[in-house]
Design a binder for this molecule. Structure first.
Ligand code: C2E
Ligand code: MG
Ligand code: MG
Ligand code: MG
Length: 274
C-alpha cells in the first residue's frame, strides 16, 4: 500500500465523516476581565472519530487544508457557528460574539465574502456578532489578504489577528489592515507573570492595542497569577483553561454561571463601577 493509496483513503474517510456528521463544534468562552461576564465564544472544531475518539483540530485541519476539503468543512463550521450564536442570542445572551477561525484556502477562495454574506442572510445573524480569527500565517498573501479582509469588513463582521507576535510581519498587518482585535499568543501569556521579558512584551502589546483603539484578548490563561497580571495591565478580555476548556454547546450553557464567578473569585478585587 503506497502513500497515494493512503492519502486517498484519508480523503475518503474525511468525506464520509462529513456525510455522517462526525465533526463537532466546541466553544471556549471569552471573558470580560473586569466584570467576569462572558462576552463571546470561540468555535473550535473536533472530529468525533468512530474508532479513534475525539480528534483535536491539529490532527486533521492540516490535511483538510492541503486537500481543499477545508472549503466544505469550513462552510459547515461557519454555518453551524452562526446558527448556534443566533440560538443563544434568542435565549437571552443578546450581545454574545461568535469567533470563527479561518484557514488560508478559505480566505482566498473566489467570492469568499459573498459566501459569508449568504450564510449571514440565511442564518439571520447580525454581522457585527461574527468575528473571524485570522493568523499572521494566513495573511501572507500580500496582494489578496487586504482585499478579502476589506470585503469582509464591508459586510460588517469583525476581524481578529490570532496568535499575535508569532509571525514575521505582525506590525505590518496592524498598519495595513482593518483589524478590530489583537489576540496575544498563549506563548507570551504563559510566563508573563514569571518572566520579565515576556511580561514586558505582553504589557507592550496591550498598551499598543489601546493606543491603536483595538480590542485586546489574552489567550491561554490557566493561572490566577496570569489573570491578575493581565488585569493589572488593563487587558480587557481573556480566554483559557482557568475559566473553561472548549465545551459542547449544552455543556457550556450548564457551566455559564460558574464560569462567570471565576474572575471575581480569582482575580484582583474590582470596584463595581457604572
Ligand atoms: P487557536 O485558534 O489559536 O485556538 C486556541 C487553542 O488553544 C485551542 O486549541 C484551545 O483549545 C487551546 N487553549 C485554550 N485555552 C488554553 C489554555 O489555557 N492552555 C492551553 N494549553 N491551550 C489552550 P485547539 O482547539 O486544539 O485548536 C488548535 C488550533 O486549530 C486553533 O488555534 C486553530 O488554529 C485551529 N482550529 C481550531 N478550530 C478550527 C476551525 O474551526 N477552523 C480552522 N480553520 N482552524 C481551526
Ligand atoms: Mg483562534
Ligand atoms: Mg490563537
Ligand atoms: Mg493557534
Amino acid at each position: 500500500m503506497g502513500r497515494i493509496y493512503e492519502a486517498l483513503q484519508v480523503e475518503e474517510d474525511f468525506i464520509k465523516a462529513m456525510e455522517r456528521k462526525e465533526f463537532r463544534l466546541y466553544y471556549q468562552p471569552k471573558l470580560d476581565l473586569v466584570s467576569g461576564k462572558i462576552i463571546g465564544v470561540e468555535a473550535l472544531v473536533r472530529w468525533e472519530h468512530p474508532e479513534k475518539g475525539l480528534l483535536p483540530p491539529l490532527e486533521f485541519i492540516p490535511f483538510a487544508e492541503n486537500s481543499g476539503l477545508i472549503i466544505p468543512l469550513g462552510e459547515w463550521i461557519l454555518r453551524t457557528a452562526c446558527l448556534q450564536i443566533k440560538e443563544w442570542q434568542e435565549s437571552g445572551y443578546v450581545h454574545m460574539l461568535m469567533s470563527v477561525n479561518l484557514s488560508a484556502p478559505q480566505l482566498y477562495q473566489p467570492e469568499f465574502a459573498d459566501k459569508v454574506q449568504q450564510i449571514l442572510t440565511e442564518t439571520k445573524l447580525t454581522p457585527k456578532f461574527l468575528n473571524f480569527e485570522i493568523t499572521e500565517g494566513v495573511m501572507l498573501d500580500a496582494f489578496q489578504a487586504p482585499k478579502v479582509i476589506r470585503e469582509l469588513k464591508g459586510l460588517g463582521v469583525q476581524i481578529s489577528l490570532d496568535d499575535f507576535g508569532t509571525g514575521f510581519n505582525s506590525f505590518h498587518y496592524l498598519q495595513e489592515l482593518p483589524i478590530d482585535t489583537i489576540k496575544i499568543d498563549q506563548s507570551f501569556v504563559q510566563n508573563c507573570y514569571t518572566d520579565l521579558n515576556d511580561g514586558t512584551i505582553v504589557k507592550s502589546i496591550i498598551e499598543m492595542a489601546h493606543q491603536l483603539q483595538m480590542n485586546i484578548v489574552a489567550e491561554g490563561i490557566y493561572s490566577a497569577d496570569q489573570l491578575i497580571f493581565l488585569q493589572q495591565n488593563h487587558c480587557n478580555i481573556g480566554q483559557g483553561y482557568l475559566f473553561s476548556k472548549p465545551l459542547p454547546p449544552d455543556e457550556l450553557m450548564k457551566q455559564i454561571d460558574n464560569i462567570e464567578q471565576i474572575v471575581i473569585q480569582k482575580g484582583i478585587p474590582q470596584e463595581v463601577s457604572h
